[in-house]
Design a protein around this ligand. Structure first.
Ligand SMILES: NC(=O)C1=CN([C@@H]2O[C@H](COP(=O)(O)OP(=O)(O)OC[C@H]3O[C@@H](n4cnc5c(N)ncnc54)[C@H](OP(=O)(O)O)[C@@H]3O)[C@@H](O)[C@H]2O)C=CC1
Ligand SMILES: CC(C)=CCC[C@@H](C)[C@H]1CC=C2C3=C(CC[C@@]21C)[C@@]1(C)CC[C@H](O)C(C)(C)[C@@H]1CC3
Length: 424
């Protein structure tokens, strides 16, 4: 039996992302960045040296058809997510000791979505509308994510204390709205955070890429442009891998620790699909058809090495957390902690403290290299990603130090480098 006082999530004094002022500005800065970057990168030019000209008419952004496309897409994914096929996995224990159940059918949803796109192309449906109405669909997604964030924040003020997220319970409305006040908002079994993290945005990114490749194929006299096709294929593979290993997300910081607020809602539904496709959209608008085959082969090697590290590290930790007695992992050295959990100190997790971030960063770099070396904007993703992951590494360090105390310090002494061995 767990004492009721233990269950209540205490009010925290800790502030991340620059506290109240930082989160207040981020609420405006994140959407502004999505719009500015996408307007800065179009057919005529792709530069950060000029301030992009935004259309002054509001009617340019608000489009009924684009709104229907976004809403149709969101609810199509929601229906796929609730169909009872796929494994029912258990999450990490909550403060109450309870373990939530999650339906893992993301990979099948991806295949159905990709096949549906293929059928639409086969029947000559106007799929390139996704490209034509890119900004309008992005606006519909932005309005939807702001509305969902507001709705969930108001709802979170009415729920029992034990359902709150530890990091988003300061009592300050702006900060808690950004960080997420409720840990796992659900409608019955339907978990909104788990759904949004992997489905509409991530699979949406795949469909945007497929639409760009198809548009380029049509523009290029029915030939697939190599750099764009390769970049899109790498990104689609990245998403397919995430959905194939869907259960592994249940042990990540977002699901276990972070509330579902504006940061994750906007991040999942707008930032991921509309920023992560910047490289492929750049390649559609500015084809790099003069790239030598050996450059593309070199880029493919970087992507493969990155994937090998990323998947190897994530799977090793996930397998160990699922079953510490797994005979396949018996050769790995570990450090016991007072919580009963052990920390891996050899294998991937002995090379540096975040080998998974290193692999992810290599893949991000490979995608940008597909865009050539003449433009800076397609490199936004790896630069932002480096900042995000360094910050995430610091956040996780604070969380683990609290959880594991002196043992975490010993781990840091034993594995001194954070992300890049011998450098950082
Ligand atoms: N594409 C994108 O935009 C993004 C991708 N990512 C990717 O998501 C993946 C997950 O990232 P994230 O959740 O941030 O971090 P991690 O997968 O590294 O998870 C952190 C947790 O892992 C456990 N852990 C840390 N070190 C060890 C160790 N030595 N042995 C055993 N367990 C350890 C700790 O939890 P505990 O001990 O409680 O198990 C820690 O809190 C990464 O591959 C990252 O690159 C992340 C953010 C954005
Ligand atoms: C400041 C800002 C824009 C915050 C939002 C951050 C989010 C975009 C990211 C936080 C963690 C994420 C993860 C993935 C996508 C980006 C976000 C939502 C992820 C689903 C990508 C695919 C990976 O394989 C993954 C499943 C490991 C990963 C999980 C974390």
């Amino acid at each position: 039996m767990i004492d009721d006082k233990v269950k209540v999530v205490p009010k925290t004094k800790e502030r991340e992302f620059g506290g109240l002022i930082g989160t207040f500005f981020l609420i405006f800065l994140l959407p502004a960045t999505v719009y500015l970057l996408n307007f800065a990168c179009n057919k005529k030019r792709c530069t950060i040296m000029e301030i992009p000209k935004l259309p002054s008419r509001l009617s340019f952004f608000i489009d009924l058809q684009a709104t229907y496309i976004f809403l149709g897409w969101f609810f199509f994914q929601a229906i796929l997510a609730i169909i009872p096929f796929g494994k029912l996995a258990e999450g990490q224990p909550l403060r109450s000791g309870q373990k939530l159940k999650y339906r893992c059918n993301g990979f099948i949803s991806l295949i159905i979505s990709m096949v549906a796109f293929g059928i639409a192309v086969y029947y000559k449906l106007p799929v390139t509308i996704i490209h034509t109405k890119f900004f309008q669909i992005m606006t519909a997604a932005t309005i939807f994510s702001v509305s969902l964030s507001l709705f969930l924040y108001i709802k979170s003020l009415l729920i029992p204390q034990d359902k709150l997220a530890p990091g988003g319970n300061t009592g300050n409305h702006v900060y808690d709205f950004f960080m997420g006040h409720e840990l796992n908002p659900r409608i019955g079994m339907f978990d909104l955070k788990f759904f949004c993290e992997l489905r509409p945005g991530l699979i949406g990114w795949v469909i945007l890429n497929m639409a760009f490749v198809y548009k380029a194929y049509l523009d290029n006299n029915n030939v697939f442009p190599p750099a764009l096709t390769m970049c899109a294929a790498f990104q689609i593979f990245y998403v397919a891998d995430a959905l194939f290993a869907e259960e592994a997300i249940l042990t990540t910081m977002d699901i276990v620790h972070d509330g579902f607020g504006f940061m994750l809602i906007f991040g999942d539904l707008v930032w991921v699909p509309f920023i992560y496709c910047l490289q492929t959209r750049f390649l559609l608008e500015n084809p790099q058809n003069d790239m030598y085959w050996y450059c593309l082969a070199f880029i493919a090697v970087i992507n493969l090495v990155g994937y090998y590290i990323f998947r190897g590290a994530n799977s090793q930790k996930d397998a160990y957390r699922r079953n510490p007695h797994n005979p396949a992992l018996a050769h790995l050295e570990t450090l016991p902690t007072s919580t009963g959990r052990k920390l891996l100190v050899s294998g991937w997790w002995g090379i540096c403290r975040k080998p998974n971030y290193l692999g992810d960063l290599l893949m991000a770099t490979a995608w940008s290299l597909c865009c050539g070396l003449h433009h800076v904007l397609p490199y936004f993703y790896p630069i932002y990603f480096l900042i995000l992951l360094v910050h995430r590494c610091q956040r996780d360090d604070v969380i683990c130090r609290k959880k594991y105390g002196a043992v975490w310090t010993r781990y840091c002494q034993r594995v001194p480098y954070k992300i890049i061995p011998y450098i950082y």
